[in-house]
Design a protein around this ligand. Structure first.
Ligand code: IPE
Ligand code: IPE
Ligand code: MG
Length: 239
């Protein structure tokens, strides 16, 4: 058997594609928005479980750039849900030591949502237990495209020699510039796809897909994913 490398058993960064709210609602004969509301409990439980297990960064894919194409009612419902959650959970985040952050096109969000988010980001910036990173209006291809634009501008301004562009240069221009790459990527509800999520950052992430729908995903399911991760042999191209 291959010798296991000295990789920590607990992932430093877990990223989750929270999928299946609509199917959960359908199973319960409820409107789709009730599925999103039910997913709120999972967010809370998983954030607490992450702290309990010593995970330092938790990224949650909450709304993709493609999700703007959904019916207007669903988009509005998701935006007001997001605003409510941030407002109602702010004090709890403080007590738990959670630092709220976002990745994505924050400028696309409605003003009221953005203001609520920015206030919470400011208020929690000194917390050090868990970085809770919400991917909002996030798309990996747009993130990489914006990085290329910004690198090209530095070249044009004469501050950067194209020969000096390295992987680190690209990394330093992504939304995640000061966040380590995810070690573990979880997708709920069984879909075997990435849906434009952190394409650069997940190069060597371990992938865990569970058929459990997001509103049914709680601390036990999170612990199962961590246990599975702990048994993986991460080789990073070595032997
Ligand atoms: C994930 O649940 C939440 C968002 C994408 C906002 P879905 O709404 O995609 O649920 P399904 O895939 O329709 O079940
Ligand atoms: C991915 O889920 C985006 C989020 C979880 C926010 P989707 O439900 O939008 O992805 P597809 O459409 O199944 O690929
Ligand atoms: Mg979905």
């Amino acid at each position: 058997m291959a010798k296991k490398s000295a990789i920590p058993q607990i992932p430093r960064h877990v990223a989750i594609i929270m999928d299946g709210n609509g199917r959960w609602a359908h199973q319960h004969h409820l409107p789709r928005l009730s599925g999103h509301e039910a997913g709120r409990k999972s967010v809370k439980e998983v954030a607490q479980a992450a702290i309990h297990h010593g995970v330092r960064y938790l990224t949650l894919y909450a709304f993709s750039v493609e999700n703007w194409q959904r019916p207007r009612d669903e988009v509005q419902g998701l935006m007001s849900l997001l605003r409510g959650v941030i407002r109602e959970e702010l004090n709890e985040m403080g007590r738990e030591g959670i630092r709220l952050r976002t990745i994505g096109r924050r400028q696309d969000l409605p003003d009221v949502v953005r203001e609520e988010l920015e206030a919470a980001i400011e208020k929690t910036k000194g917390n050090t237990k868990l970085d809770l990173i919400l991917a909002l209006s996030y798309g990996s291809r747009v993130e990489i495209t914006e990085a290329i634009q910004s690198i090209a501008n530095e070249v044009k301004a004469g501050r950067l020699d194209p020969e000096q562009i390295k992987e680190e240069t690209v990394t330093a221009h992504l939304y995640t510039r000061d966040i380590p790459d995810p070690d573990l990527l979880i997708r709920t509800s069984g879909e075997m796809r990435i849906s434009n999520f952190m394409l650069w950052q997940i190069s060597y992430a371990e992938i865990y897909v569970t058929p459990v729908l997001w509103p049914d995903f709680g601390k036990e399911e999170f612990a199962k994913a961590l246990a599975d991760y702990a048994g993986r042999d991460r080789r990073f191209g070595g032997i």
